[in-house]
Design a protein around this ligand. Sequence first.
Ligand code: PLP
Length: 418
Amino acid sequence: TAPLSEVDPEIAQALADELGRQRGTLEMIASENFVPRAILEAQGSVLTNKYAEGYPGRRYYGGCEFVDVAENLAIERAKALFGADHANVQPHAGAQANVAVMTAFLKPGDKLMGLSLAHGGHLTHGMKLNHSGKFYEVAAYEVDPETGLIDMKKVREVALAEKPDMIVAGWSAYPRELDFAAFREIADEVGAILWVDMAHFAGLVAAGLHANPVPYADVVTTTVHKTLAGPRSGLILCKEEHKKKINSGVFPGQQGGPLMHVIAAKAIAFKIAGTEDFAEQQRRTVEGARIIADRLTANDVADAGVSVLTGGTDVHLILVDLRNSELDGKQAEDLLHQAGITVNRNAVPNDPRPPMVTSGLRIGTPALASRGFGEAEFRETAEIIAETLKPGADIDALSARVAKLAADFPLYEGLEDW
Ligand code: PLP
């Protein structure tokens, strides 16, 4: 019963410092968010103590009657939220959900075709050091070098030439909507399974701001912690015919005991994601990204060699192109960090600079929208970013403006006393 501060003061201090960092800076990493208090509570609950291998009603351990309630709620809410026949809510994270899908549909040596990592794909879509690239043959499609867009004619050409067993449509760094109907047609033409990884944009789908891939795909995976604003974890949705395969791909395919405290938190996240408040937050997320994209395509930043890939955004993130700027991705990330804005550097397609440096930035709005930012605050944020990326920026003055925004939108008020 001793509190954390007594049991382990060093870890208690790290937690307190991290809370201070989150409160005092502007979090603009596109894959991050702030979870509501209810989700922190569920994740810090006694459900962490429970072993529950198996599925609700069919467990390999006794005493699962209450965790079954939580898992059934998570399943039913996920199905309703996305209109899916089946949901598996057990993946510990997005990468685990993706491994489970590959385990379910592919044999080692089968061919997976995904968006190249260097063009915005994810590690789990066939990168050579990842499970996906080690156990399967890989074919990659890319974005068009001129427009930065995925050209479905070229995707079809790659698919016809490579004859993949599975095609994955999804991204970690791409600012536009995918054409799921065209992916479906191509998958059917070559006899491939269509897997959509909506990890980044699932929150927009839940809010009706982005096309829903569920009707088109054989299987859909997502993380729950990005735009969906839930606990760090994964989710798989699929058609009824694939239910058995998917469940056994997760357990016993590649996981043991599910994290029941996280599954309870997922149930809460799916409940919240069905509300009008959540939809409104997602609308601010998308509007904020558009405001920043507009500001970073204005003449004064263009004069500094800064532009935006594809000329704008349809989603919650902007990809800044610094190929013509004096700043590289690392320098730009560091300057924004000094100003109090957290982003990550990101390679642009065919990046001339090395991967640890890059010529781009990925900037996202989900966390600030969760914090309450609306049009006025995103305009001010856009202005601060634009000024930081121009030569001769007064970083002290800009960081004072960041501090004011952060102070005006308090985060986790009273958390110390919860
Ligand atoms: N899929 C996509 C498209 C992602 O962007 C990510 C995370 O960045 C993942 C999967 C993996 O999620 P996790 O980090 O939870 O394993």
